[in-house]
Design a protein around this ligand. Sequence first.
Ligand code: KG4
Ligand code: ZN
Length: 342
Amino acid sequence: MLVLGIETSCDETAAAVVRREADGRASILSNVVRSQLDEHRAYGGVVPEIAARAHVDLLDHLVDQALREAGVRLAEVDAVAATAGPGLIGGLLVGVMTGKALAFAAGKPFLAINHLEGHALTPRLTDGIGFPYLLLLVTGGHTQLVAVHGLGRYERLGTTVDDAVGEAFDKVAKLLGLGYPGGPALERAATQGDPHRFALPRPMSGRPNCDFSFSGLKTAVRIEAERLVPLSEQDVADLCAGFQAAVVDVIRDRTRRALELFAGAIDPNVPLRLVVAGGVAANGSIRAALEELAFETGAALVAPPLRLCGDNAAMIAFAGAERLAAGETGGMETKARARWPL
Ligand code: KG4
Ligand code: ZN
């Protein structure tokens, strides 16, 4: 089965074609992503109105390109899947309307996909793993620990009570003058820094639940930074290293707790699997900490390749293919929704 996927929930415009075999194996025939970084950089963050307009300008071309690169005509796809939420409503509307129009033109079903489900199912696309698994989803908008029991069967074990982890990276990077997007810049700066120079908090660590909190950590960095003004390059590097080390500790602690709960709840005969997904999964220190944790707990760690960790349409096409294979028929009546919990 062939599915065309569309992703426009934030500042990436993307289209992809995925093929799913009857046995569940899937392959990516094309995966085009056009980042709008240049459009937003001057504003230090994503401007929803600019994002929506850029999606309008770009999406038709990207869909054409995705079909061409896959060697597939629109008439040959079995369904069109588009992210319908959560995200910025303007962009979601562009993707959903375009997806519906294409599905209508092709006479095929339209599937409205939850963006978070796209991230959550990515390891099945890349590594073909079975259910269940524990998912650590870390993006610019979300930070969640989810027990994935099956398609559409998601049990949220923990979430952030304030900022998402990617958001915290972006805000700290901004306050340290590292520009946008902050995550990769902060990680780069941290390589030159001393993580022990500042005593920064590890919010929520040791709690019996699996929740996160990052706003206090961000404030602690701001207070240290304000004390040091004007900041030297070394000060910035040390603050970045300290912040990143604190985030890594928190993620390790919270994920360890979730793994305990998850392992206690699943059939002891199925392998314990930990999956990390979302744009922040590109962070090398976070990946390394999760590898250590997996080793200590006997879990298998699945981390999708970096190009599939960030926002893309292959994950949306794949989620659509999984839903289609499960018997879902889609519908033109589904609407874009800015908020849509997994
Ligand atoms: O999943 P994603 O591409 O978009 C959504 O938010 O859905 O994630 C983007 C987030 C941004 O906050 C970005 O700063 C963060 O992922 N990020 C990183 C790194 N690369 C991207 N954060 C920390 N370290 C990185 N290397
Ligand atoms: Zn995302």
